[in-house]
Design a protein. Structure first.
Lengths: 99, 238
């Protein structure tokens, strides 16, 4: 079974690792981490992603630019915000985005 | 005309982890209901019971306003900003997670359970510097009035958060009828009944029922019995 690759974007590395661990607890999902805007754009171009999760650390301009980049290159790719990962809150946001 | 959504207490999500029993008004952890993700900026309303001495180990958040209201017992708080504190019934705790925080919350009593409301709101500003605050609430003994416990304004009553939200706690004697006037156009109010029975806009609410009401500038709340309830006014678009 091919896993849905989920790009987790944010600059707080410990939080990114927690998010990735939680995402990877679901056997159908695979977390890919981007620690900055440039990495996020590059991974959006190179990987067959199913979802982009934007966390803390990107400034408003970078968030807008990332959305613009995805909209131009992969318009079907959903982008949602995430909020840490200390709970299952993350899962509801993912289910909402990709079912 | 006012719009409403009723969430009866027995339709909430329930998680029982042994040390934690959590009743969830909106999707959270293993409880996923696409019809119940949020009410405007209100994303989480968990009614939690934590066994004595147990609690939530260190975990992260970012870009979320997190409010805890103890109902019974004490919680021991520690966070990555260096705060260590105990909060108890009659107090309120707030964290703006902003760029990211880690925290833990444990029941400070080794024997008796702690009961508290865990409430999360989407912020109106992302990537703020994380902050923590807790205060003893004024007006814990006030009856038959709405008592403000949270607002967007640093110099206003209660704690403040990064969102155009206002929370009021109320303890009404049976028969009391009061009008709540919203602070901001476009906001809605989620009423959560802690004890007793109240009527809002013709809807009868019992203990732990929740009612969301929006597209109105004001509404009446009538206590059918002695009652305690929390009103959470939040932006419907954010």
């Amino acid at each position: 079974m091919k896993k849905v690759e989920i790009l987790v974007v944010g600059t707080n590395k410990p939080i990114m690792q927690t998010i990735a661990r939680l995402v990877n607890e679901n056997e159908r999902w695979l977390a890919v981490i981007a620690n900055n805007y440039a990495e996020a754009c590059s991974l959006c171009d190179d990987r067959e992603l199913g979802l982009v999760l934007i966390g803390a650390g990107l400034d408003e301009r970078e968030e807008m630019e990332l959305k613009r980049h995805v909209s131009a290159t992969r318009p079907e790719l959903p982008i949602v915000k995430h909020y840490g990962g200390g709970s299952g809150l993350l899962f509801a946001e993912i289910y909402q985005a990709i079912g | 005309m006012a719009q409403t959504v009723l969430h009866k207490a027995n339709t909430r999500g329930v998680a029982d982890h042994g040390w934690l029993k959590s009743y969830q008004s909106f999707s959270f952890a293993g409880y996923y209901n696409p019809e119940r993700i949020n009410f405007g900026a209100l994303r989480v309303l968990n009614d939690d019971i934590v066994t004595g001495g147990m609690g939530f180990g260190e975990h992260p958040h970012d870009n979320m306003e997190i409010i805890s209201i103890p109902l019974e017992g004490n919680l021991q708080h520690k966070d990555s900003m260096g705060n260590t504190a105990t909060i108890k019934a009659g107090e309120i705790q707030v964290m703006s997670a902003g760029t990211g925080i880690y925290h833990s919350e444990y029941n400070a009593d080794p024997e008796n359970p702690a009961k508290f409301l865990q409430i999360w709101l989407f912020p109106n500003k992302r990537n703020v510097t994380p902050r923590y605050d807790q205060i003893l609430l004024n007006g814990n003994d006030v009856k038959d009035e709405f008592v403000q416990i949270l607002s967007p304004n640093e110099d206003d009553a209660g704690v403040w958060i990064y969102q155009d939200a206002w929370f009021n706690m109320a303890k009404f004697n049976a028969g009391i009828n009061k009008t709540y006037t919203l602070n901001k156009e476009g906001n809605g109010v989620y009423i959560f009944v802690l004890k007793g029975e109240v009527e809002v806009n013709g809807e009868k609410l019992e203990t732990r029922d929740g009612l969301g009401i929006w597209e109105t500038a004001s509404f009446e709340v009538k206590a059918d019995t002695d009652a305690e309830f929390l009103l959470m006014e939040v932006p419907m678009k954010f």
